[in-house]
Write a protein of this length. Structure first.
Length: 379
């Protein structure tokens, strides 16, 4: 009890010294309001949900996420006002709109996007290069609140909190990329998916009877930090580091940045709890050989699977739990499959990307999500 009180007093004293209110969301709310106003003049971001989001960000005794998010949006505005920087950590320019995603020799090798018409947001007329993609990233905040709302976690509160922080950081960071076309924004887009998937992997194996770095860290040698520590470093980054430094911290974080191995490991772990080991081994070996780069497939087959086999050999999963896991996997595949239908880089179904089918796809989405939830049992 004394420790909790003392920690709270220290946090409050730190906030007073720094001149910040740990509950202040002024800058974050303004940026979200600007998004709502752009698409319907005079609208503001849903205040009821925003209160829910604030409650979630503070959950699990988290006193750093709210000020971190507020400062992140504040610093994005400042980066716009200064036109980025002339000298980032690679000693290159990183001006607003300067990291064009669909030209040769770009530092931001994605795109081209099918719709790429810029807009002006807010009172300071911030140029946003992909208005729809920019705004769509606030959906990741919904992922954060779903993490908070889920009642049946079997992992530690520390791991749950890290997942929540990961989704909140992704929401702001990916929005910055699609809005600013800067390298620092680009560094969030894939790196944060890597962080979140790495957290999910480490959570999935956290209760297995093994300390192997191959199993837990997806590395032949132990990493300097686990996923929880990386997530906390990124949250602190928004409050403690200058914007040009954000990209360096993201790019150099000690985790699997190319996440083929991470997703393969997640699938292998789940499969091993449902199928006999021989079937698991040959299925994962086949999928890895077909779907991921040769070097990553070799790590999964030659290193990860043997460690996993040893860790799960004495684990018995009831038929009810196996069935539940299968249903949840089906629910997940429905959602991710539908998402990839509309992701032009993975499954280029160009006949869908027009004013006729796009609204139909949007109309079907709630029903599809409902179907997935009814199958998986996860709301």
């Amino acid at each position: 009890m004394f420790k909790l009180v003392f920690t709270g007093l220290v946090a409050a004293a730190s906030a007073v010294r720094s001149g910040t209110d740990p509950t202040d969301t002024t800058h974050m709310k303004q940026m979200l309001d600007d998004m709502a106003d752009y698409y319907k003049k005079g609208d503001v971001y849903d205040p009821k949900y925003f209160d829910t989001l604030k409650t979630c960000m503070a959950k699990y005794d988290d006193d750093i996420l709210i000020p971190s998010q507020n400062n992140a949006w504040k610093e994005m505005t400042a980066y716009w006002n200064t036109n980025g920087t002339s000298n980032d950590y690679m000693n290159k320019t990183d001006h607003w709109g300067g990291c064009t995603p669909f030209i040769n020799d770009t530092r931001c090798p994605v795109g081209p996007y099918l719709r790429n018409v810029s807009g002006e947001f807010g009172a300071n007329k911030m140029t946003i290069y992909e208005p729809c993609n920019y705004v769509s990233n606030v959906a990741y905040y919904r992922s954060a609140t779903r993490v908070c709302d889920y009642p049946d976690w079997s992992i530690s509160s520390e791991q749950i909190n890290a997942q929540k922080r990961g989704f909140a950081t992704l929401a702001m960071g990916s929005a910055m990329w699609h809005g600013s076309h800067t390298y620092v924004g680009y560094s969030f887009d894939n790196n944060m998916i890597a962080v979140i998937s790495y957290l999910a992997h480490q959570s999935s194996v956290s209760n297995l009877p093994s300390n192997s770095s191959i199993l837990h860290d997806l590395s032949l040698t132990p990493r300097s930090k686990n996923g929880v520590a990386v997530a906390e470093e990124l949250v602190n980054m928004f409050s403690e580091k200058e914007v040009p430094e954000w990209a360096e911290i993201l790019d150099t974080a000690d985790l699997p940045h190319v996440y083929f191995i991470t997703f393969a490991a997640l699938i292998a772990t789940g499969t091993s709890l449902v199928l006999p080991w021989t079937l698991t081994f040959y299925l994962i070996k086949f999928l890895a050989g077909v779907l991921i780069p040769k070097e990553d497939a070799a790590f999964v087959v030659d290193h990860y699977l043997p460690e996993l086999q040893d860790a799960v050999k004495n684990i018995v999963v009831s038929h009810d739990n196996q069935r539940s896991l299968v249903y949840r996997a089906i629910g997940m595949l429905i959602k991710i499959g539908y998402a990839f239908m509309w992701q032009e880089f993975f499954i280029p179904l160009k006949f869908l990307y027009n004013p006729i089918f796009l609204p139909i796809g949007a109309e079907l989405l709630p029903d599809l999500n409902d179907l997935s939830a009814r199958i998986s049992g996860v709301p």
